[in-house]
Design a protein around this ligand. Structure first.
Ligand SMILES: [Zn+2]
Length: 259
């Protein structure tokens, strides 16, 4: 589920059997030296998954990348970098942290405010600010991209603090999307409820289904595009009857609109 409640199919796995191999005459020699057709699978890992990350986690200020896949996990921004010793210290911290994290030190001539916005927009999970006052106090400031929380930390344990904040960002992103999924998933037990929810509440609808394609078609037509997304492994028994036709239900289905 994307942030706005619309589904995006991605990373989908298919088992093709030997169908394509037979059509395209792809063969191999088996251990017994006979000609065989390979069985094939397809794993939909494509640029669409990048789109899903942007739409799932991003906010009005731009991207938010999960620390595990962020190309830059930590952006170091020197404050008042023309002052003596600031860039040297920033570089020293960068070299120390680069052993464990993917770090970028921006020592360009852009203003500090510009740099803050730049790495916020790019979704870098954690920002480290260091200026003359911080150096005097043997400290620096860490800022979370998700909560914008500022934390003053000692340079003596900056490594552990960065690691802790990256973990915190990961957990907050995970909690936030699961909460969104939960809040935007509704239950419908009859057709009237189903249509009412489909028209007024963005997100998914959990409803029982008889197994007949006629009911899928009717739901799609009446709601203007709501389709069955999946039958989860852990089906709940919401009622005994299909939410569309009232006949005995076979499955609990998650329904929704999709991109
Ligand atoms: Zn039905």
């Amino acid at each position: 589920m994307m942030h706005n409640g619309v589904a995006l199919q991605g990373g989908t796995t298919h088992y093709f059997g030997d169908g394509f191999a037979r059509v395209f005459d792809i063969t191999f020699a088996g251990r017994d030296n006979t000609v065989r057709y390979p069985h094939q699978t397809s794993w939909g890992v494509s640029t669409r998954m990048i789109g899903a990350i942007i739409m799932t986690h991003g906010d009005d200020n731009g991207l938010i990348l999960p620390p595990a896949i962020a190309p830059i996990q930590l952006a170091i921004i020197p404050v008042a970098q023309h002052k003596e010793g600031v860039l040297e210290k920033a570089d020293e911290i960068k070299r120390q942290l680069a052993k464990r994290f993917r770090v970028k030190l921006d020592d360009s001539d852009q203003s500090t405010g510009w740099k803050f916005s730049q790495y916020e927009m790019k979704g870098v999970p954690v920002r480290l600010e260091i200026g003359p006052k911080d150096i005097e106090n043997n400290s620096c400031v860490l800022v979370s991209r998700v909560t914008r929380e500022k934390k003053f930390v000692s340079l003596d344990n900056v490594e552990a603090e960065v690691e802790a904040m990256l973990r915190q960002v990961h957990e907050e992103l995970s909690t936030r999307v699961l909460k969104n999924l939960e809040e935007k998933t509704h239950v419908a037990t009859n057709f009237e409820e189903f249509v009412e929810i489909a028209e007024n509440k963005p997100g998914y609808i959990k409803a029982m289904w008889c197994g007949e394609v006629e009911c899928e078609d009717k739901i799609k037509d009446v709601t203007g595009g709501v389709k069955s997304r999946c039958i989860p492994f852990n089906e709940e028994k919401l009622s005994d009857i299909c939410a569309c036709c009232g006949k005995p239900a076979k499955h609990m289905v998650i329904w929704g609109r999709q991109y």
